[in-house]
Structure formats: structure tokens, C-alpha cells
Design a protein around this ligand. Structure first.
Ligand SMILES: Nc1ncnc2c1ncn2[C@@H]1O[C@H](COP(=O)(O)OP(=O)(O)OP(=O)(O)O)[C@@H](O)[C@H]1O
Length: 873
């Protein structure tokens, strides 16, 4: 019941219409308890209010059925709500029409019940039923039937609605199912794109120089608000890289940074953006995070924070421990922390509890790997985050702070926290050592504004000086100067590798939003923009110095071994070449031997034939009684035929041929051919010079073959080096044995001491300088005449081939073979070019030729056998 109206039933249709059936006067009547105080039933306030108003306005006690429409009517109270409801109903003819149609549909059977229901309420029904004319026409006094009808209708509608809803939900689910893969694909694509965008951005930043600049603007302090200061900066959260600086109404300047944090951004948001840089230290990169700005702008707040709202320092270390824990299965990390401050251009160790520390002088030194080190600085090992907090608190306690008119707890020094991260990969053994510098700079301040004096003034001067040095460094770096003035202050010297080196740097430029600080804010923003413009190339991973040294040593060793290898390879190649050439020589030699053997066989055959012929001729001559007139010297005739294959026994004595004396003397100016091996046809000429010539040739006459001077070569066996040395110990430097100069007394011994050349011919002719020359090689044993080349003076050896031939000694087997081949080439005698041979005599006489052949063959055989032995050895 509501007021004096008893609400019988309430139907609520899904499209916002409802029916309220009520009877007035069943409840205590108006006046009995006074006017009803509207206490709207919860949830139905608008409809109840409207219904009540209608009932009240009708003034009838009879029950009424009310149709109403609900629209934005909350909060509902009193007449306003009623009026609003009425207006809403009047504005909705479409809705009314809808209802009319619904009523028409039920007018058949159940309409009867409704009509009887209305009849029961008499004429009052006219006023109660709102304004549907069709409904007005339905009058039924049967209230339960009407309600039943309406309930059934409602239920059928609800069913319909539910089925529709179900259908709709199914359709939605189907659609979702169909779209899910596409949606997932798009979602993945989006995630990948986002990651790629971030990666590219980071890459760009790294390529540009790995200096990121974040701008943070603190909120206006209560003091500033009370002084009526306004904000001169605008930060739009959707434009996270832009900062609008509006010092006056007309002026507006946009500054771009890597991120801008407004007064609403908390410590967590700030650290979240710094995370990628912090994480780099765990990957072996040097990192530097520093806060710069005017005094009182929140540098210490950002870096250190307050116990209930900690800053970057604590959060960064917390993150390092978290990552260390996460990677503990593959990498082992150890951490150390040092805290120092630069106060009045002096370095103070804030972790050194020693009371004497004021006297401890700390300075900056450059380490072997080019980094800046502070020898003697305490580095406390840390293993838990609690330990870190203790250290940070200890450092903060020892820091120099003082009160200024701008900041009650103003930092009077630059505070630097250095975290050293050493890592070792448990699988690869790779080691790295990197640093993270967390720097809270002292604030730049206007001396007049801060109204400092005395000690504070001195501090302020040092602070401003070092910050101005920092500005110079930044300017030099931005304009890519060759000289960067790092050493102008302790601060810049310490941060050298962070600002211009291979380090990832993050700078927080802290600004005040206050209009009273707009000058300083502009300076800070300009400075930060310059820092952002620095490009110093990508950061480099740091390796442990000890590891560095080890790697360097290994590289040196490798380099040395490579050189050795190259040398060995070279010598191996040389050896291979040598081996190949020896192989070639050996093969050639073998071929020659084979050819020579073949030639020998042919000549043996030929010799046998000639011997037979000779024997036949002799026999024929004896038979006819004629004597065969030899065309050659008598000794040849007397000489028994040579056994073709007979070898002469080696002898140290000179051979004593059975022919005429082989000693001949040649005149001083006689030709080479005249000097030796002169055939008997020229004997008279030789005899004439007897007594004058001083050269003795022991070569059998019959073996002299006129060879072409150009093609002649000697088969003389030159003694080996060892032999030469044994002969002429005092003449070690001599290389040509055929021209060895020695004293006359030494000659016999030397000659006798050559074991392998017992029949060497001695050329005892003194040379023009009165010295004696001795020649080897014309040994009768080998039937080799002294060669032209051997007879030449040392100075006459002009061609390298000749020199080589002379130097190579008995080892030059190929030449020897060639010589042998030539000498045994009797089948094709050389043209008679020498004057000592006349046509029709000598070698062209068949008998003589036979003998020559036999002699030559024997000699060739001997030489060949001897050389073959040597070459095999
Ligand atoms: N983002 C911030 N939100 C709330 N308070 C801040 C914020 N930044 C700074 N403050 C408050 O401003 C005051 C000055 O901050 P802080 O001491 O960190 O400045 P500072 O730049 O380090 O000054 P100085 O250079 O003199 O040391 C502190 O009381 C600090 O709590």
C-alpha cells in the first residue's frame, strides 16, 4: 500500500511500461492519518509516484487501474516527479499505441474477464485507466481474471522475450565463436606491432646515443598555492612526450622529451618507464640515471623518495634482485654498492664510517679499460634488498644537506650511488662487470633568490660551477667537438663514460610548475633538450677486466700460433715442391738409365757384328796374302779386340795402352783440339812441339770424338764437397775444382788423396799468373776428354748453367746421363768439325770406328754403372 491507496498489482513490461492496479480507500483513508507522506517503494518510485498522483487526482475511493511510463525520473519526490511522469506519458504516443495493440490481441476471451473487472469498479474506471481508448472499452469486474490474463500475457511475452534473448545470445555466441580466431589473430598482431614499435623506438634511441630524457613536473606546493602561484606547464596524458610551457598567456612553447610525467604521476609510474634502462645493467651494459633541475623541484624525491613512497634507487635495486632470482638457474650475479658525494669539489665516501675519513683523499683514476675509478672507495657487497636499504639510508644520513629559503632539506652536494653488477653465465662461462650510477645532483639555484650566505654561499658556488661544467660538456658533446672538457669538474670527470661513453643514460629533468620559477624552468628545459640531442653511438656490453685480460692473452697466443702455422705451412709447401722436383729428377734419371741400357744393348750387338766382320776381313786378308793397310795408327792393329762387355779392373795407375805414347805436348798458342786427344794422323805436328808442351793428357787417343763445342758437356765426376775439403783443406772457399789453384808441392798428395778418381788427368799448365791449374774429369778410366768448359778459366764461366754445372759436382746425375748418352751415340756421329780429323780417316775408317765404338761403349758402360750406383745410393 502506498498512502491511502492499496496497490493490488504491478506489472512491468520490458519496454519500460507497466500497469499498476490499485484500490483506493481500502487502506486508512485520507484524513484519518493525515495526508500520505510519500515513501516511494524501492525500485518503483517513478511509477508509484505517477500512479498515486493519478489516483489522488481522481479523488475516487474506488480501485483504479493505471498505466504508466517510466523515464528518467529519479530522484522522485513529490509533484515534480508526477508532472514529469505525465509529460513523459504524453510524449510517447508510440508506446501507447503499442499497448493498445496488445490489448486488442487479448480482447477476445480473456478480455471478458478484464471487462468484468472494470465493471466492478463502475464509472471510476474511466478516470483510472490512462488514456488507452481500447482499454477504456474493456470493462470487467473480475479482478482476479483480469490479473490472471495480464499475468499470462506478461508471462507469454516474457517467454517470447526469453526465447528471443536466447536466440540472440546464441547468435552472439556463434558470432563470437566465428570471430574469435580473427580477433585473436588481430590481438596477436596488435601485440606484436606494439612490441616492434617499442623495439624500433629503443633501437632508434640507442642509435642516437642512448641518452633518454624524462621530464617530471612536481605538483604546486601548499606554500605556492597559498602565495597564489599559478602553473605554467601543461601536461596532456594522451601526449606523453610533449610538455607545454606557458609562461604568459600569449607565450606557449612545446618541449619534446622521451616521456613527460605530470604532477599526478606517482613514483611507480616513473619507475615503470625507467625499467628498460635499469634492466640493461643486468645484461652487462653500463647505466647512468641522474636527476637534474632547480633546487626544490623533486630530484631527491625522484631518486631517493620517502620511506612510504620510495624512489628510483630503491626500486632499481629491488628490480636487480628480482631479475637475479629469476635468472638464477643460468646466471650467477653478485652485487656491490658504493655511495659517494662530490661536496665542494671533493669526493667523500659516504659508506666509510671511519672518523678519519675527512683526511682520506679520494681521487679519480682511469683504469686500464678506460673507465673512471675511485681507488680506495668502499664497495659493500649486498645480497638482500634489506641490506640495500640499510646502505642507502646510511649514505643519505652522511650526505651533506642544509636548509635554504627554497628547500628546507636542500642537498648541498651531488650524491652518487654506484651499483656494481658482476655476472657469470653458468653454461657458457661468459663473465661481465657493469656499473649502474644513480645520481642525485645538487640543485641549481639563484644566489639572490635563495638568499644564502657564508658556508651555504660557498656550497652554492661550487654547485653552480660543477653544473656549469656539466653544461659545457653537454654543449661540446652536442656540437660533436673534438675536445670534451670532462676534467673541468669532479662531477663531469666521474660521469665521463656515462655522458659520452658506451653507456645507457637516463636523465630526469625536474621542473617546478610555479609561475614564480618559470625562468629556471625554461633554463632546465633548454638544458634537457640539448642533452637529448646528444648522439654518441650505441652502448657496448662490458666484460670483466680479468676476463678481458684473459681474452687478450688468448688472442695473442692465437695470433702467434697462426704465424707459426703459416710458417710451417710454407716450409711444408717448399718441402713438397722440393720433393716433387726430386721425384721428377729421379723419374728423368730412370728414363735416361732405361734409354742408356737400351743403347748399350744395341751397341753391344753392333760391336759384336763389327768384330765378326773384322775377323772375317783379317781372315780373308791372311788368306789372300795381302796385308790390310790400316788407316789408323799401328797400335790399333796390335791391340786385341775388346770384349764388349768386359769391365776394366779399377786401377790407381795410369792405363798403359798398347798403342803409341799418349803423351803429347802442345804449343802455348795451339787450339783446344790440338792440345789433346790428337789422332795419329797429326802425330808429326804433335811431335814437332814435343818438349815444349807442358800439359799431359792421359786420355786414350781412340776415344777422342770431335763433338760440337756448343753441345759438349763433361761427364767428369767432380768430387763432392767432403772430398774437396779433404783435398784442399786450406782452400775451402773454392768451388770449381777444375780450376783449383794449389801449390806445386801440394798437388801430388791432393791428387793421390782422391780415392774415387785414380786416373784423373792433371793439367799442369801454369796459368798466366804463374799458378798451376789442376783438372779432374779427363780420366782415362772414363775416356772423357778434358772439356772446353773445364779448361776455361774461372773468370770465363759466364752462363749460370755453366756455373751450376761446375758447382753441382758429381751429384748432377741427369747431366751425367745426358753426357753418357751423347758419348755412346755412335750410330750418329757428330759432324767432323775439328781440324784434327780428316775426312776418310779416323772415326770414319770402319776398323777405327769399330775400335772407337768398342772403347766408348766400354767407357760408357763403366760410367753408367758407376753413376747408377751413386744415384741409387
Ligand atoms: N612529485 C612530487 N610529488 C609530491 N611531492 C614532491 C614531488 N616532487 C617533490 N616533492 C616535494 O618537494 C619537496 C622538495 O623536493 P626535493 O627535496 O626532492 O627537491 P630537490 O630538487 O632535491 O631539492 P634540492 O636540490 O634543494 O635538494 C619535498 O618536500 C618533496 O616531498
Amino acid at each position: 500500500s502506498w498512502g491511502d491507496t492499496e496497490v493490488l498489482s504491478f506489472s512491468w513490461l520490458s519496454h519500460g511500461e507497466g500497469f499498476l492496479f490499485g484500490r483506493r480507500g481500502r487502506a486508512p483513508r485520507r484524513g484519518a492519518r493525515g495526508p500520505p507522506e510519500p515513501a516511494p517503494p524501492r525500485g518503483f518510485e517513478p511509477c508509484a509516484a505517477a500512479a498515486a498522483a493519478r489516483v489522488r487526482r481522481a479523488g475516487a475511493a474506488a480501485p483504479r487501474s493505471i498505466r504508466f511510463t517510466v523515464r528518467d525520473l529519479s530522484p522522485v519526490s513529490g509533484e515534480d516527479a508526477v508532472l514529469a511522469s505525465e509529460e513523459a506519458v504524453e510524449e510517447q504516443p508510440a508506446l501507447e499505441e503499442g499497448v493498445v495493440e496488445a490489448e486488442a490481441a487479448v480482447a477476445g476471451g480473456e478480455g471478458e474477464a478484464l471487462r468484468s473487472f472494470l465493471e466492478e469498479f463502475g464509472d471510476q474506471a474511466d478516470d483510472c485507466i490512462i488514456p488507452s481508448p481500447r482499454l477504456k472499452g474493456i470493462a470487467t469486474p473480475d479482478c482476479p481474471a483480469a490479473l490472471q490474463f495480464l499475468g499470462a500475457r506478461y508471462n507469454s511475452l516474457m517467454e517470447k522475450h526469453n526465447s528471443l534473448m536466447e536466440k540472440y545470445e546464441q547468435q552472439v555466441a556463434k558470432c563470437a565463436e566465428e570471430c574469435a580466431p580473427r580477433f585473436d589473430g588481430l590481438k596477436n598482431k596488435y601485440t606484436v606491432e606494439c612490441a616492434e614499435r617499442r623495439r624500433l623506438y629503443n633501437e632508434l634511441i640507442e642509435l642516437r646515443g642512448n641518452i633518454r630524457v624524462f621530464c617530471r613536473c612536481r605538483p604546486l606546493s601548499s606554500d605556492e598555492i597559498s602565495r597564489g602561484c599559478s602553473s605554467v606547464v601543461e601536461v596532456d596524458p594522451s601526449q606523453e612526450m610533449d610538455l607545454q610551457f606557458i609562461p604568459t598567456e600569449k607565450e606557449r612553447k612545446t618541449f619534446k622529451f622521451d616521456h613527460v610525467f605530470g604532477p599526478a604521476d606517482d613514483q611507480e609510474a616513473v619507475f615503470a618507464e625507467s625499467l628498460p634502462v635499469v634492466r640493461s645493467v643486468m645484461d652487462g651494459f653500463n647505466v647512468c640515471i641522474f636527476a637534474y633541475g632547480q633546487t626544490g623541484t623533486g630530484k631527491t624525491f625522484t631518486m631517493e623518495g620517502v620511506p612510504e613512497n620510495r624512489g628510483v634507487n630503491y626500486r632499481a635495486l629491488e628490480e636487480l634482485f628480482r631479475i637475479s632470482e629469476e635468472r638464477s638457474s643460468s646466471i650467477s650475479y653478485s652485487f656491490g654498492v658504493s655511495i659517494l658525494e662530490v661536496y665542494n669539489e671533493k669526493i667523500r665516501d659516504l659508506l666509510d664510517d671511519n672518523s678519519e675519513q675527512t683526511s682520506k683523499r679520494l681521487d679519480i683514476k682511469q683504469s686500464a679499460d678506460g673507465a673512471q675509478e675511485v681507488p680506495g672507495l668502499v664497495e659493500a657487497p649486498i645480497s638482500t634488498i634489506d641490506g640495500v636499504w640499510e646502505k642507502l639510508k646510511a649514505g643519505a644520513r652522511n650526505r651533506s644537506v642544509g636548509s635554504t629559503s627554497v628547500n628546507e632539506l636542500s642537498s648541498r652536494s651531488h650524491s652518487l650511488v654506484r651499483v656494481t653488477v658482476t655476472s657469470e653465465h653458468l653454461v657458457t662461462g661468459e663473465r661481465s662487470r657493469s656499473h649502474m650510477w644513480l645520481v642525485d645532483l645538487a640543485g641549481s639555484e639563484r644566489l639572490a633568490k635563495t638568499e644564502v650566505e657564508g658556508e651555504r654561499l660557498k656550497e652554492a658556488k661550487f654547485i653552480n660551477k660543477s653544473l656549469s661544467a656539466l653544461g659545457d660538456v653537454i654543449a661540446a658533446l652536442a656540437s660533436k667537438n673534438a675536445h670534451i672538457p670532462y676534467r673541468n669538474s669532479k662531477l663531469t670527470h666521474l660521469l665521463q663514460s656515462s655522458l659520452g661513453g658506451d653507456c645507457k643514460t637516463l636523465m630526469f629533468v625536474q621542473i617546478s610548475p610555479s609561475s614564480t620559477d618559470s625562468g629556471e624552468t625554461l633554463c632546465s628545459l633548454n638544458f634537457a633538450s640539448r642533452v637529448r640531442a646528444i648522439e654518441h653511438g650505441p652502448a657496448r656490453k662490458q666484460v670483466d677486466p680479468a676476463e678481458n685480460f684473459k681474452i687478450k692473452q688468448m688472442a695473442e697466443k692465437l695470433c702467434h700460433e697462426e704465424k707459426e702455422n703459416a710458417k710451417l705451412n710454407e716450409s711444408l709447401q717448399l718441402m713438397q715442391l722440393k720433393y716433387a722436383s726430386r721425384e721428377n729428377v729421379f723419374r728423368t734419371l730412370q728414363d735416361k738409365i732405361r734409354e742408356t741400357e737400351q743403347a748399350c744393348r744395341t751397341h753391344q750387338q753392333r760391336a759384336r757384328e763389327l768384330e765378326n766382320e773384322l775377323a772375317n776381313e783379317k781372315k780373308a786378308a791372311r788368306d789372300t796374302g795381302k796385308s790390310v793397310k790400316p788407316s789408323f795408327a799401328a797400335p790399333v792393329r796390335q791391340r786385341p779386340p775388346l770384349a764388349p762387355m768386359r769391365q776394366r779392373p779399377p786401377s790407381n795407375n795410369m792405363p798403359q795402352p798398347s798403342g803409341p805414347s799418349r803423351l803429347r805436348f802442345a804449343g802455348k798458342g795451339s787450339s783446344v783440339q790440338n792440345k789433346e786427344n790428337i789422332p795419329t794422323a797429326n802425330k808429326t805436328v804433335v811431335d814437332k812441339t814435343a818438349g815444349k808442351a807442358r800439359r799431359v793428357s792421359l786420355v786414350p787417343m781412340m776415344r777422342q770424338i770431335p763433338l760440337q763445342p756448343k753441345r759438349r758437356s763433361s761427364i767428369a765426376i767432380l768430387p763432392s764437397e767432403r772430398e774437396r775439403m779433404s783435398i784442399f783443406p786450406e782452400k775451402k772457399a773454392m768451388s770449381r775444382l777444375s780450376h783449383v789453384q794449389m801449390s806445386r808441392t801440394a798437388r801430388p798428395q791432393a791428387f793421390n788423396s782422391i780415392p774415387e778418381t785414380p786416373q784423373a788427368a792433371v793439367d799442369a799448365t801454369p796459368d798466366v799468373r804463374g799458378k798451376f791449374r789442376m783438372e779432374f774429369g779427363s780420366s782415362s778410366r772414363f775416356s772423357s776428354p778434358p772439356t772446353l768448359s773445364m779448361r776455361k778459366s774461372r773468370n770465363n764461366i759466364s752462363s749460370p748453367q755453366q756455373r751450376l754445372r761446375m758447382q753441382s759436382g758429381s751429384g748432377n746425375a741427369s747431366k751425367l746421363c745426358f753426357s753418357i748418352q751423347k758419348r755412346v751415340a755412335l750410330g750418329s756421329p757428330a759432324p767432323a768439325r775439328t781440324t784434327s780429323m780428316t775426312s776418310g780417316t779416323g772415326i770414319f775408317d770402319p776398323a777405327l770406328r769399330e775400335q772407337i765404338m768398342a772403347g766408348r761403349f766400354g767407357n760408357a758402360q763403366r760410367v753408367f754403372n758407376g753413376k747408377r750406383r751413386m744415384s741409387v745410393l
